[in-house]
Ligand binder design. Structure first.
Ligand code: ZN
Length: 123
């Protein structure tokens, strides 16, 4: 995976990194660890199976829908839920099934509810 350090990407300081067509952009001061790389590799696998552009379209549409649903839009996106769920498993991509993200479109699992609770308590 190609990693590019950039002051401008991602455009928001709220996010440490962005994956554009398999190229991983991170702010200069962000520590890139194995978990973050694995998270982005999962996104690259999602992009490849959707031939890239549809990935971004689905991502944007789902994010907009989740905004309306007054949920944490970013963390509720199916692509993100799959990536967060498996970012700690370095072998995940070796046994991942194609379109695995589809099952994360449905209701939240226990781990994500716990993560949301943690984030709420932190704020
Ligand atoms: Zn992500």
């Amino acid at each position: 995976m190609k990693i590019v350090r950039s002051k401008y990407l991602p455009p928001s300081r709220r996010h440490a990194a962005i994956n554009l067509f398999g190229i991983f952009f991170v702010h200069p001061n962000v520590h890139v660890n194995e978990r973050l790389i694995n998270h982005e590799r999962i996104h690259t696998a999602q992009m490849r199976e959707l031939l890239y552009i549809p990935f971004y379209l689905i991502y944007l549409i789902e994010w907009l829908l989740r905004l309306v649903m007054k949920d944490n839009a970013y963390l509720s996106i199916g692509f993100e839920r799959e990536a967060y769920r498996h970012e700690d498993d370095p072998s995940y991509l070796e046994h991942r099934k194609h379109y695995a993200w589809v099952k994360y479109l449905r209701k939240k699992n226990k781990r994500q509810r716990k993560r949301k609770r943690k984030r709420k308590n932190r704020d």
